[in-house]
Design a protein around this ligand. Sequence first.
Ligand code: GAR
Length: 202
Amino acid sequence: MSTKRIVLFASGSGSNVENIVHYFNDRPHVQVSAVLTNKRDAKVLDRCNRLNISSLCFNKTAFMESDCVLNVLRSLRPDLIVLAGFLWKIPKNLIEAFPDSIVNIHPALLPKYGGKGMYGMRVHEAVRENNETKTGITIHYVNANYDEGAIIHQAKVTVEPKDSPEDIAKKVHELEYAYFPRIIEEILTPPPGRPKVIPDKL
Ligand code: GAR
């Protein structure tokens, strides 16, 4: 089996990045080539140093107004680009260069609680305010609109009346750690007979 390469994008803590790196450490058919970030003080950079993973930081001009990031990605030749807590919208040049090859994780059950400005704790606070009884994760392909690409996989968790937004965040992170690396692996090496996009059935 040929080795598949993934490039991760992250903007903050990077706990998903670390979880993905650990998962594939024992599975050498998938290699994390590099982690790219838009924040020079993101904690994910410390994690990359500790984990011995190449990391690069870029600014808005490099990402949105030039082919700088695109050229870096082309040189890395990723089989899949994985947004693991990355908060900027992906520009058209990247979407066109990597069709059906960019996936995102969103910390809610899309189409609920998605779109511009809906990320991280903001999502969990809205879930709490609306007294939802379920929340979860959505792993989906990325298109030109925030959180609107085809859904690959969703997983649910129960929200108890006593749960604070922090409790909800913890439950959702646990789902992310359990599912995201496995879904990435399935996209890259689908079991025989399994369609590339797992239908959005819960
Ligand atoms: C994750 O919960 C991820 O789903 C979310 O950011 C968090 C990053 O956590 N992504 C979004 O909200 C994207 N709209 P981490 O930095 O600890 O992996």
